[in-house]
Design a protein around this ligand. Sequence first.
Ligand code: HPA
Length: 271
Amino acid sequence: MEDRIREAVDFLSSKITSSPVIGIILGTGLGGITEKIEMELRVPYEEIPHFPVSTIEGHRGTLVFGALAGKKVVAMEGRFHLYEGYTPEEVTFPVRVMSKLGVRYLFISSAAGGLDPEFTPGDLMVVMDHINFTWTNPLIGPNLDALGPRFPDMSEVYDRDLINTAKKEAANIEISLKEGVYAGVLGPSLETPAETRFLRMAGADAVGMSTVSEVIVGVHCELKILLIVVITNVNIPDAMEKTSLEEVIAAAGKASPGLSLLWERVIGALP
Ligand code: HPA
Protein backbone atom coordinates (compact mmCIF):
# COMPACT_ATOMS: atom_id res chain seq x y z
CA MET A 1 0.00 0.00 0.00
CA GLU A 2 2.79 2.45 0.85
CA ASP A 3 4.34 1.77 -2.55
CA ARG A 4 1.04 2.38 -4.31
CA ILE A 5 0.55 5.65 -2.46
CA ARG A 6 4.10 6.71 -3.34
CA GLU A 7 3.61 5.94 -7.04
CA ALA A 8 0.41 8.00 -7.20
CA VAL A 9 2.02 10.86 -5.25
CA ASP A 10 5.16 10.83 -7.43
CA PHE A 11 3.04 10.89 -10.58
CA LEU A 12 0.98 13.87 -9.36
CA SER A 13 3.89 15.78 -7.79
CA SER A 14 5.75 15.72 -11.10
CA LYS A 15 2.84 17.63 -12.68
CA ILE A 16 2.19 20.39 -10.13
CA THR A 17 4.25 23.41 -9.16
CA SER A 18 3.36 23.56 -5.45
CA SER A 19 1.68 21.35 -2.87
CA PRO A 20 -2.03 21.67 -2.10
CA VAL A 21 -2.93 22.46 1.51
CA ILE A 22 -6.65 21.78 1.29
CA GLY A 23 -8.25 18.61 -0.03
CA ILE A 24 -11.86 18.75 -1.17
CA ILE A 25 -14.15 15.79 -1.78
CA LEU A 26 -17.35 16.59 -3.64
CA GLY A 27 -20.55 14.67 -3.19
CA THR A 28 -23.36 13.77 -5.58
CA GLY A 29 -24.51 16.84 -7.55
CA LEU A 30 -22.10 19.09 -5.62
CA GLY A 31 -19.34 19.62 -8.18
CA GLY A 32 -20.01 23.37 -8.54
CA ILE A 33 -17.10 24.57 -6.45
CA THR A 34 -14.55 23.39 -9.00
CA GLU A 35 -15.78 26.18 -11.32
CA LYS A 36 -14.40 28.66 -8.79
CA ILE A 37 -10.97 27.05 -8.73
CA GLU A 38 -8.27 28.85 -10.65
CA MET A 39 -7.22 25.67 -12.31
CA GLU A 40 -3.64 24.56 -12.67
CA LEU A 41 -4.18 20.94 -13.63
CA ARG A 42 -7.01 18.49 -14.18
CA VAL A 43 -6.19 14.78 -14.11
CA PRO A 44 -8.67 12.01 -14.93
CA TYR A 45 -8.58 9.29 -12.28
CA GLU A 46 -7.75 6.61 -14.81
CA GLU A 47 -4.40 8.30 -15.50
CA ILE A 48 -3.33 8.22 -11.85
CA PRO A 49 -1.51 5.04 -10.82
CA HIS A 50 -3.68 2.83 -8.56
CA PHE A 51 -6.59 5.29 -8.40
CA PRO A 52 -10.02 3.69 -8.58
CA VAL A 53 -12.43 4.97 -11.25
CA SER A 54 -15.96 6.21 -10.41
CA THR A 55 -18.94 4.51 -11.99
CA ILE A 56 -22.13 6.33 -11.00
CA GLU A 57 -24.30 9.06 -12.44
CA GLY A 58 -23.68 12.56 -11.09
CA HIS A 59 -20.01 11.81 -10.41
CA ARG A 60 -17.18 12.79 -12.66
CA GLY A 61 -13.81 11.25 -12.10
CA THR A 62 -11.14 13.94 -12.10
CA LEU A 63 -8.69 15.42 -9.68
CA VAL A 64 -8.48 19.19 -9.95
CA PHE A 65 -5.47 21.19 -8.72
CA GLY A 66 -5.46 24.95 -8.40
CA ALA A 67 -6.13 27.93 -6.17
CA LEU A 68 -9.30 28.89 -4.36
CA ALA A 69 -9.63 32.04 -2.26
CA GLY A 70 -5.85 32.36 -2.40
CA LYS A 71 -5.13 28.84 -1.08
CA LYS A 72 -3.73 25.82 -2.91
CA VAL A 73 -6.38 23.13 -3.20
CA VAL A 74 -6.91 19.73 -4.72
CA ALA A 75 -10.50 18.69 -5.37
CA MET A 76 -11.91 15.28 -6.15
CA GLU A 77 -14.73 15.52 -8.65
CA GLY A 78 -16.34 12.17 -8.08
CA ARG A 79 -15.75 9.83 -5.20
CA PHE A 80 -15.93 6.13 -4.48
CA HIS A 81 -18.60 4.37 -2.47
CA LEU A 82 -18.52 1.04 -0.69
CA TYR A 83 -21.83 0.14 -2.35
CA GLU A 84 -20.18 0.30 -5.78
CA GLY A 85 -18.08 -2.66 -4.69
CA TYR A 86 -14.87 -0.81 -3.89
CA THR A 87 -13.01 -1.99 -0.81
CA PRO A 88 -12.68 0.43 2.12
CA GLU A 89 -9.00 0.67 1.17
CA GLU A 90 -9.86 1.75 -2.39
CA VAL A 91 -12.50 4.24 -1.21
CA THR A 92 -9.94 5.97 1.01
CA PHE A 93 -6.86 5.70 -1.20
CA PRO A 94 -7.28 9.26 -2.54
CA VAL A 95 -7.32 10.65 1.02
CA ARG A 96 -3.97 9.02 1.73
CA VAL A 97 -2.60 10.40 -1.54
CA MET A 98 -3.86 13.91 -0.77
CA SER A 99 -2.31 13.74 2.68
CA LYS A 100 1.09 12.70 1.27
CA LEU A 101 0.83 15.51 -1.30
CA GLY A 102 0.80 17.96 1.61
CA VAL A 103 -2.88 18.42 2.36
CA ARG A 104 -3.63 19.44 5.98
CA TYR A 105 -7.35 20.23 5.73
CA LEU A 106 -10.05 17.95 4.36
CA PHE A 107 -13.33 19.51 3.25
CA ILE A 108 -16.07 17.04 2.36
CA SER A 109 -19.53 17.57 0.96
CA SER A 110 -22.15 14.93 0.58
CA ALA A 111 -25.82 14.39 -0.11
CA ALA A 112 -27.77 13.01 2.84
CA GLY A 113 -31.26 12.11 3.93
CA GLY A 114 -32.57 14.22 6.81
CA LEU A 115 -33.75 12.44 9.95
CA ASP A 116 -34.55 15.53 11.99
CA PRO A 117 -38.20 16.31 11.15
CA GLU A 118 -37.41 20.04 11.33
CA PHE A 119 -35.12 19.77 8.30
CA THR A 120 -36.25 20.57 4.76
CA PRO A 121 -34.69 19.51 1.46
CA GLY A 122 -31.93 21.92 0.47
CA ASP A 123 -30.79 22.55 4.04
CA LEU A 124 -27.07 22.49 4.76
CA MET A 125 -25.91 20.69 7.89
CA VAL A 126 -22.43 20.94 9.36
CA VAL A 127 -21.50 17.60 10.87
CA MET A 128 -20.50 17.70 14.53
CA ASP A 129 -19.98 13.94 14.89
CA HIS A 130 -20.77 10.70 13.10
CA ILE A 131 -21.84 7.11 13.60
CA ASN A 132 -20.15 4.48 11.44
CA PHE A 133 -22.93 2.09 10.41
CA THR A 134 -21.11 0.72 7.38
CA TRP A 135 -20.19 -2.53 9.18
CA THR A 136 -16.60 -2.07 8.12
CA ASN A 137 -13.60 0.15 8.74
CA PRO A 138 -10.88 1.29 6.33
CA LEU A 139 -8.20 0.69 8.98
CA ILE A 140 -8.85 -3.04 9.34
CA GLY A 141 -5.65 -5.04 8.78
CA PRO A 142 -2.04 -4.49 9.72
CA ASN A 143 -1.49 -0.88 10.73
CA LEU A 144 0.93 1.11 8.61
CA ASP A 145 2.68 2.91 11.45
CA ALA A 146 4.32 5.31 9.02
CA LEU A 147 0.85 6.58 8.07
CA GLY A 148 -0.83 6.82 11.48
CA PRO A 149 -1.60 5.15 14.81
CA ARG A 150 -3.18 1.70 15.33
CA PHE A 151 -6.03 3.11 17.42
CA PRO A 152 -6.81 6.63 16.19
CA ASP A 153 -8.63 8.74 18.75
CA MET A 154 -12.10 9.72 17.57
CA SER A 155 -13.12 12.01 20.42
CA GLU A 156 -13.04 15.10 18.18
CA VAL A 157 -13.15 14.09 14.54
CA TYR A 158 -14.56 17.32 13.13
CA ASP A 159 -12.37 20.35 13.73
CA ARG A 160 -14.01 22.82 16.13
CA ASP A 161 -12.26 25.83 14.65
CA LEU A 162 -13.41 24.91 11.14
CA ILE A 163 -16.97 24.35 12.40
CA ASN A 164 -16.97 27.72 14.12
CA THR A 165 -15.59 29.41 11.02
CA ALA A 166 -18.28 27.73 8.90
CA LYS A 167 -20.99 28.93 11.29
CA LYS A 168 -19.64 32.47 11.29
CA GLU A 169 -19.26 32.65 7.52
CA ALA A 170 -22.71 31.12 6.97
CA ALA A 171 -24.19 33.84 9.15
CA ASN A 172 -22.25 36.50 7.20
CA ILE A 173 -23.74 35.37 3.91
CA GLU A 174 -27.15 34.64 5.45
CA ILE A 175 -27.12 30.93 4.79
CA SER A 176 -28.88 28.87 7.42
CA LEU A 177 -26.53 26.14 8.62
CA LYS A 178 -27.95 23.31 10.70
CA GLU A 179 -25.78 21.19 12.98
CA GLY A 180 -26.02 17.51 13.62
CA VAL A 181 -24.79 13.95 13.68
CA TYR A 182 -24.27 12.02 10.42
CA ALA A 183 -24.92 8.29 10.22
CA GLY A 184 -22.87 6.64 7.49
CA VAL A 185 -24.53 3.52 6.08
CA LEU A 186 -23.44 1.05 3.43
CA GLY A 187 -26.36 1.29 0.94
CA PRO A 188 -27.18 1.07 -1.90
CA SER A 189 -30.73 0.28 -0.74
CA LEU A 190 -32.32 3.21 1.05
CA GLU A 191 -33.52 2.85 4.62
CA THR A 192 -36.74 1.14 5.62
CA PRO A 193 -39.08 2.99 8.01
CA ALA A 194 -37.82 0.76 10.85
CA GLU A 195 -34.18 1.51 9.99
CA THR A 196 -34.99 5.21 9.77
CA ARG A 197 -36.61 5.09 13.24
CA PHE A 198 -33.60 3.22 14.57
CA LEU A 199 -31.09 5.73 13.16
CA ARG A 200 -33.04 8.63 14.63
CA MET A 201 -33.21 6.90 18.03
CA ALA A 202 -29.47 6.24 17.78
CA GLY A 203 -28.94 10.00 17.70
CA ALA A 204 -28.46 10.69 13.99
CA ASP A 205 -29.80 13.81 12.27
CA ALA A 206 -28.86 12.79 8.73
CA VAL A 207 -27.97 9.59 6.90
CA GLY A 208 -25.83 8.97 3.84
CA MET A 209 -23.93 6.30 1.97
CA SER A 210 -20.50 7.89 1.89
CA THR A 211 -17.92 9.85 3.81
CA VAL A 212 -17.30 8.00 7.08
CA SER A 213 -14.56 5.81 5.56
CA GLU A 214 -12.73 8.82 4.14
CA VAL A 215 -13.14 10.66 7.43
CA ILE A 216 -11.68 7.77 9.44
CA VAL A 217 -8.62 7.71 7.18
CA GLY A 218 -8.47 11.51 7.41
CA VAL A 219 -8.24 11.16 11.19
CA HIS A 220 -5.60 8.45 10.80
CA CYS A 221 -3.42 10.88 8.82
CA GLU A 222 -4.25 13.77 11.19
CA LEU A 223 -6.17 15.99 8.80
CA LYS A 224 -8.39 18.79 10.07
CA ILE A 225 -11.82 17.83 8.80
CA LEU A 226 -14.93 19.81 7.88
CA LEU A 227 -17.99 17.94 6.61
CA ILE A 228 -21.08 19.73 5.34
CA VAL A 229 -23.96 17.67 4.00
CA VAL A 230 -26.86 18.79 1.85
CA ILE A 231 -30.19 17.43 3.03
CA THR A 232 -31.70 16.21 -0.24
CA ASN A 233 -34.78 14.50 1.23
CA VAL A 234 -36.30 14.12 4.67
CA ASN A 235 -37.21 10.70 6.03
CA ILE A 236 -39.95 10.44 8.63
CA PRO A 237 -40.50 6.83 9.77
CA ASP A 238 -44.28 7.13 10.08
CA ALA A 239 -44.70 8.97 6.78
CA MET A 240 -41.96 7.59 4.54
CA GLU A 241 -41.86 8.92 1.03
CA LYS A 242 -40.05 7.38 -1.90
CA THR A 243 -36.60 8.81 -2.64
CA SER A 244 -35.11 8.78 -6.13
CA LEU A 245 -31.62 9.52 -7.40
CA GLU A 246 -33.07 12.26 -9.63
CA GLU A 247 -34.55 13.99 -6.59
CA VAL A 248 -31.26 13.71 -4.70
CA ILE A 249 -29.26 15.14 -7.62
CA ALA A 250 -31.78 17.95 -8.19
CA ALA A 251 -31.83 18.99 -4.51
CA ALA A 252 -28.04 18.84 -4.29
CA GLY A 253 -27.74 20.89 -7.49
CA LYS A 254 -29.95 23.62 -6.01
CA ALA A 255 -27.92 23.78 -2.80
CA SER A 256 -24.58 23.61 -4.59
CA PRO A 257 -24.04 27.37 -5.25
CA GLY A 258 -24.68 28.26 -1.58
CA LEU A 259 -22.37 25.54 -0.37
CA SER A 260 -19.67 26.55 -2.85
CA LEU A 261 -19.84 30.14 -1.66
CA LEU A 262 -19.68 29.03 1.97
CA TRP A 263 -16.62 26.91 1.33
CA GLU A 264 -14.90 29.67 -0.56
CA ARG A 265 -15.44 31.93 2.46
CA VAL A 266 -14.24 29.33 4.96
CA ILE A 267 -11.15 28.59 2.87
CA GLY A 268 -10.48 32.33 2.52
CA ALA A 269 -10.66 32.65 6.32
CA LEU A 270 -8.08 29.92 6.97
CA PRO A 271 -4.74 31.07 8.42
N1 HPA B 1 -30.54 7.72 2.74
C1 HPA B 1 -29.25 7.40 2.52
N2 HPA B 1 -28.45 8.11 1.76
C2 HPA B 1 -28.94 9.21 1.16
C3 HPA B 1 -30.29 9.60 1.34
C4 HPA B 1 -31.11 8.81 2.18
O1 HPA B 1 -32.31 9.09 2.38
N3 HPA B 1 -30.47 10.75 0.62
C5 HPA B 1 -29.28 11.02 0.03
N4 HPA B 1 -28.35 10.11 0.35
